[in-house]
Design a protein around this ligand. Sequence first.
Ligand code: GTP
Ligand code: SPV
Ligand code: MN
Length: 594
Amino acid sequence: MVLSGRDKPKVTTNRTVIRWVEQIAELTRPDRIYWCDGSEREKDELTAQALASGEVEALDPYKLPGCVLHRTAQNDVARTEGLTFICTSGKEDAGPTNNWMAPDQAYKKLGAIFEGSMAGRTMYVIPFIMGVPGSAFNKIGVELTDSIYVVLNMRIMTRMGRVAWDELGDSSDFTRCLHGKADLSLDRRFICHFPEDNTIWSVGSGYGGNVLLGKKCLALRLASHMGRREGWMAEHMLILGLEDRKGKITYIAAAFPSACGKTNLTMLIPPVTQPGYRVWTVGDDIAWMRIGPDGRLWAVNPEAGFFGVAPGTSKKSNPNALKTVRKNTIFTNVVKTPQNMVWWEGLDADTPAEGIDWKGEHWTVDSDQPGAHPNARFTTPASQCPCISPEWENPQGVPISAVIFGGRRARLAPLVYQSFDFQHGVFVGATMASERTAAQYGKLGEVRRDPMAMLPFCGYNMADYFQHWLDMGGKISQPPLIFHVNWFRTDQKGELLWPGYGENIRVLEWITERCAGQGKAHKTPIGYVPADGALDLSGLDLPEEVAQELLRVDCQDWLEELAQLKQFFAKFDDRRLPAEIKAELDALAKRLEQ
Ligand code: GTP
Ligand code: SPV
Ligand code: MN
């Protein structure tokens, strides 16, 4: 098919792009093709269309200027990991933790669903940059989609439009991203990654992580694959700068599984008891890290916005996020109040007596159902964040002094501990586990192993991924120190022991002290924990026995954990699992038995 008339692009002359768009249009047969330029005028026009079609709803234009509300289909509210595939020619290259489909089979299967699926619809062509224009870190993608909601989100989450066409020029080096809503049915929903073709096909969903293909699909699954080939790392990590009392800034990257606190930590406001400290946000979800000329690890945030969890976000827990979302924000699956404002569980303020819930139904405060879906989200420009780091768009990135791994563990993991060295730190990351949240389909609360918070996002065999971490460690002359945190330890009654949120600064303080060669620690079989009195708990109403319980390492519990770790690692081909991981496993066993 050759594009003619209004379907022809005015924004690019890139032959590879045009030919590919023609091919996909032949398959999906949209009524028209719209080439995005990223302008404000385009935003206004598309928003007006989306309002007219009901795809988004208006909100109070004075209190929430530029904001709209969207509801997804009720069967489409989180990532569907079971329907997400890595399509490499060899099954082993996807590894035992990924779903695999042969590439030709996947193209055929999804092709049949895509066929004619855009009839009566517009296909939007969205060029985007993951990264900062002009940075050596960048990857460029072009997403074809029949969802105007996707276009509006991609505008916020990526550098999109003319800037990306310019950056791409005539090059054929871009990720081919195809998304179609089709009929949104679960049995015709697939999210397929083709790392060997630099291609992503996603069909049958309209939910964030499944359809904003620059995010998890490109910036993590494909990018992790590229990073291994090219000698860098794509990680599910926030990036923050912690400014101390002397004005010195230490950059930290932290990997927590979905809905386990990355957005919150990266926007932390210290309590009044910890004056002089300040947290600067560089990124809240994804870090791309390379070794700099100085031998340190340098990180950039490839995204331009935050796709954050709404429930639980309040003036108390995350005031910076609340300030960020006051304008130009898309709210998905939250409550709409009669005043055309938004609300969600845990917002605290102005609980409405009634409203329209995430399902689009009338809801009252007495309902036994939540009004907002637990995985309701906001899409908001990072530039609006009051604590955005002046370095957040530095094309070189920021130098990382510490890496933190963490999960939700009601038991076992202490509030914080430090690995003995980099190799042991890789082991600590590889043995992470967390209780499942609403960010993905599956049984809530179930503890699952989630190495480096990358279980759902690693685009290749995870045994090779561990090896890549170890190889990188060997090449970094000043490797970051590696820590593990757990904000979610509970007592016998299931009550949280740690206040979390802003108080987490106390843990970050100890971490930066350790990076500076200070901060007292006590050696345990699993790593270094803060020595007595080394964590600043002043002004916190925390009984001494709770403080002790938070840092306690129970060898019996860890021996039980060890058995589960062995089971987990047994999934991998023994020849592929790095010897260093096995050696660390043995060493841990020895230390625990002593
Ligand atoms: P994704 O966007 O899914 O990758 O999630 P995230 O890791 O950015 O998680 P986020 O910061 O949005 O937090 C998710 C949930 O964890 C929210 O309901 C928060 O209120 C809660 N949470 C975050 N930090 C803390 C903490 O320090 N303590 C406790 N108890 N809960 C927290
Ligand atoms: C996550 O689930 O880790 C998210 C949200 O950051 S989504 O983009 O939907 O994957
Ligand atoms: Mn995430």
